[in-house]
Write a protein that binds this ligand. Structure first.
Ligand code: HEM
Ligand SMILES: [Cu+2]
Length: 845
């Protein structure tokens, strides 16, 4: 055993000292009580609330599912009207996908990732809180619409022209577009947080290849969210512009094309399926080794397969569009790619089976759910390979066969593993175990109910029953599958109720769970029962993938504070930041504590989206401005605060800086990752431009005119000067030339505004009317995107200027200007692309 296993330090032998340390830690990490409880930002609270909220949305969407089943139980029923049925199935699908399946992954990860990584919190607790409150506000807004008969009714994928010309539900599509964009932004915020958490907040010694598989999956899935959601946000923006201002992106009579929406939607929508599925695999990858009582078989294969699935899933979207009349060659390509994705999926499943075969499996409740999930998912995978073949899909498309297929994959691939995960992780989250008996009974009821509900739908589908019909005539052989499905749905719902009851039933009398109740090998099971708000008593040094199995005495040494950060001398919340590849300690990060600011900022942000839904634009702008003010205030009193000491002893004789800026800091990484997502959204708009170019013989079309290079060149030059000034500002600041830095930064702000105005003047001077044709509309949307980003850049420069004047931004403490300069790099890339696309490209064609 190396020295790491007895890190002692004689000082820690002193019991009184240890108690004093624990006391201070407890005070720093104390969860607020009373009504202030809701100001908590710590990952354990936010994670729990987030999970509870997404489950409530799931239950609501489940009730909508049951209502559909009641309506469909018999032919010609009139329980739901046709119009209401449309709203019900749209909201059911929308809520299950956007308010349950994706957020639940983020919720679960926020709750357990820090424990898995022995980190005291995620790097940006307030960002998680902001994301959570945004999610709740947006979710209530979207789902509440059904009580006003105003819910979206165009199906969960909102295809135009149904959603642009169909007036039955006036605000429905707007509620969908704006409400969900808001939630998607919150999802991206959580993804950024989780990526930085995995990359920078691991315990010392945990090299990338020692990471628990769960964190690999978090990395892959959060990365996918970063590339998948932005194209949808771009699509949402275009569709909302068409609905609100009549910009004809999807109107074929004015040069638009509804297929553009289908592309943007499914570039998001197919990866979405894996965004839902992979986190469940991640849970399985944690559960299986524990109950096989041995390390996972094929760790590197699983990692490669997960990454591979992530990549491949972006190349498959067209399989949702086989029936739209695309050229045969692209059908062939996408059909092959769609079947190919079965390979990495198979690798992961085989690795789990191999692990089970190599160990002796304990059939505990979580394992039961894993087994059931495998069985159901494999069935869904088989029908998936069937519909991946274009000729078969031409028959089955939009029938109940597809409804059966995707419920097998979603429920087998997500819901069952998640319930298994809840039975597994419940003790680490709440300190108590769930009931074995209830868990087992619920499992069998769910398993039987599920198959009763969905198996008959395959048959109804093959017999030609279309999806999304509110009723059907008798005599087509559809009666019995539908009747059975409805009975099954209620059996299934009963199973869910048992699980819900098990989770919420009072458990005072059953006592606390044993520590590490499943004898697992990974770090989250270091938690005491009940867990302490500080997470771990001290942050250990890691040398193995299963430290609890391989590093004897780890638990005792952690508890006795013999590792890092055993104390909170200054009463501040602190966690370790380590290097990306090797997990070497680089910083002792101060993380912020409770505040209501994030909740208020989320409310104002939500306000701006919600007001825009009803076309109250002034209120929307005011609300948005208040949100920005709130966020600036939260940053000003958070990240901009200079720690009272530059470095400190974090234990074991290691002295670390308490501050970091540039690529060493978590903030820089967060900005970098956010901007990748932002650039991807812009890529969605550029995709639209070239999509239109491919479908029109002449683009720009005859008689539309192009914006001309004059104003655009001026605008670009001004932005380039602003970029140089801002970058110069950072360098001058580092040299201590404070006056020059302020001048440069201020000039950068002015140049940003001028540059944005210059770009807007391009189409303005050329008289491009965005309502006439998709061409001017696309040009306008591209330059507006850049102009808004330039305005944000100006605001950031002014923020740095204020920081410098107030003494919060100094040559040494310069994280803000580093991040702003980084933002400007991306702004510049965006501006150059915009210039090339709207300015230069028309000259070349
Ligand atoms: C109690 C459980 C459930 C029941 C009874 C149920 C029932 C249904 C039914 C009958 C439809 C077809 C509506 C139609 O085409 O007319 C449907 C559609 C759908 N379901 Fe479920 N479902 C359940 C759970 C789930 C879950 C867990 C998810 C996802 C995680 C999900 C996602 C969807 C989606 C995306 C649609 C497509 C909606 C559309 O066509 O726009 N469902 N569900
Ligand atoms: Cu797909």
């Amino acid at each position: 055993m190396g020295a790491e296993d007895a890190p002692a330090g004689a000082a820690q032998d002193d019991v009184a000292l240890r108690e004093a340390q624990a006391e201070r830690l407890l005070r720093a990490w104390k969860t607020p009580t009373g009504w202030r409880y809701w100001s908590a930002v710590n990952n354990s609270e936010i994670g729990l609330w987030y999970m509870a909220a997404s489950f409530l949305f799931m239950l609501f969407a489940g009730v909508l599912g049951l209502m559909m089943r009641v309506q469909l139980a018999t032919p010609g029923a009139d329980f739901l009207s046709a119009e209401l049925y449309n709203q019900v199935f749209t909201l059911h699908g929308t809520m299950m996908m956007f308010l349950f399946a994706v957020p639940l992954f983020e919720a679960f990860s926020i709750a357990i990732l820090p424990q898995i990584l022995c980190s005291r919190d995620l790097p940006f607790p307030r960002l998680s809180a902001y994301g959570f409150w945004s999610f709740v506000i947006g979710g209530v807004f979207v789902s509440g619409s059904i009580f006003f008969g105003a819910a979206p009714a165009g199906g969960w994928f909102m295809y135009p022209p149904l959603t642009t010309q169909y007036a039955a539900s006036e605000y429905g599509p707007d509620i969908w577009l704006l409400g969900l964009s808001f939630i998607e932004i919150a999802s991206i915020a959580a993804a950024v947080e989780l990526i930085v958490g995995v990359l920078k907040c691991r315990p010392p010694g945990m090299r990338l290849n020692l990471m628990p598989l769960y964190s690999w999956y978090v990395l892959v899935v959060a990365g996918m969210i970063l590339f998948a959601f932005p194209p949808l946000i771009a699509g949402d923006l275009l569709l909302e512009m068409e609905r609100a201002f009549d910009w004809p992106f999807f109107d074929a009579t004015r040069g638009g094309d509804p297929l553009l929406w289908q592309h943007l939607f499914w570039i998001f929508g197919h990866p979405e399926v894996y965004i839902i599925f992979l986190p469940a695999v991640a849970l399985v990858a944690m559960i299986v080794p524990t109950f096989a009582q041995r390390p996972i078989v094929g760790y590197s294969w699983i990692v490669l397969a997960a990454v591979g699935t992530g990549f491949l899933s972006f190349g498959l979207w067209v399989h949702h569009m086989y029936t739209t009349g695309l050229p045969g060659i692209s059908l062939g390509f996408f059909s092959a790619a769609s079947t190919a994705v079965a390979i990495p999926t198979g690798v992961q499943i085989f690795a789990f089976i191999a692990t089970m075969l190599a160990g002796r499996v304990i059939l505990a409740v979580p394992m039961l759910y894993v087994g059931g999930a495998l069985a159901i998912f494999v069935m869904g995978g088989l029908t998936g390979v069937m519909v991946a073949l274009a000729p078969f899909d031409w028959q089955a498309h939009d029938t109940y066969f597809v409804v059966a297929h995707f419920h097998y994959t979603l429920i087998g691939g997500m819901l069952f593993p998640v319930i298994g995960g809840i039975y597994y992780y419940y003790p680490s989250i709440s300190g108590r175990k769930l009931s074995d008996t209830l868990g087992r009974n619920a499992f069998w009821i769910l398993f039987v109910g599920f198959n009763l509900t969905y198996f008959p739908m395959h048959i109804a589908g093959l017999d030609g029953m279309p999806r999304r019909v509110f009723t059907y005539p008798s005599g087509l052989g559809w009666e019995w599958p539908n009747a059975i499905a409805t009975v099954g749905a209620f059996v299934f719902a009963f199973g869910i109720l048992i699980v819900v009851w098990d989770v919420i039933r009072p458990k005072k009398r059953q006592g606390w769970s044993a520590r590490n109740p499943w004898n697992a090998g990974t770090l989250e099971w270091l938690a005491e029962m009940p867990g302490k708000p500080w997470g771990v008593r001290s942050v250990p040094l890691i040398r193995s993938r299963y430290p609890l199995w391989d590093q004897p005495d780890l638990m005792r040494n952690v508890d006795e504070g013999r590792y890092y950060l055993p104390d909170a001398q200054e009463g501040k919340r602190e966690t370790m930041v380590t290097s990306v590849l090797d997990g070497d300690p680089v910083q002792c990060l101060r993380v912020p504590g409770p505040t209501f600011k994030t909740m208020i900022a989320a409310a104002f942000t939500g306000g701006s989206f919600i007001f825009a839904t009803f076309h109250w634009y002034i209120a929307a702008v005011v609300s948005g401005a208040l949100a920005v003010a709130m966020i600036l205030n939260w940053l000003w009193t958070g990240t901009a605060v200079i720690p009272e000491r530059p470095r400190k002893d974090v234990g074991l004789g290691l002295v670390l800086p308490t501050y970091g800026s540039g690529p060493a800091s978590v903030g820089w990484w967060a900005m970098f990752i956010t901007m990748i997502g932002d650039l991807t959204a812009f890529g969605g708009l550029v995709f639209g431009y070239f999509f239109f170019w491919t479908i029109h013989p002449d683009f720009p079309p005859e008689g539309q005119g192009a914006p001309g290079l004059g104003w655009l060149t001026l605008g670009l030059a001004s932005l380039a000067a602003g970029w140089a000034a801002t970058l110069g500002g950072r360098l001058l600041n580092a040299r201590g030339a404070i006056r020059a830095m302020r001048l440069a930064t201020g000039a950068g702000a002015a140049l940003a505004l001028a540059g944005g105005a210059g770009l807007l003047a391009g189409p303005w001077a050329a008289g491009l009317d965005p309502t006439l044709h998709s061409y001017p509309a696309t040009v306008w949307v591209v330059v507006m995107w850049v102009a808004i980003h330039a305005a944000v850049g100006a605001l950031m420069n002014l923020y740095c200027l204020a920081g410098s004047v107030a003494g919060r931004l100094t040559p040494e403490y310069d994280i803000d200007i580093w991040n702003v300069a980084l933002y400007w790099h991306f702004l510049m890339v965006t501006a150059v692309i915009a210039y090339a696309v709207v300015g230069l490209f028309p000259l070349a064609t």
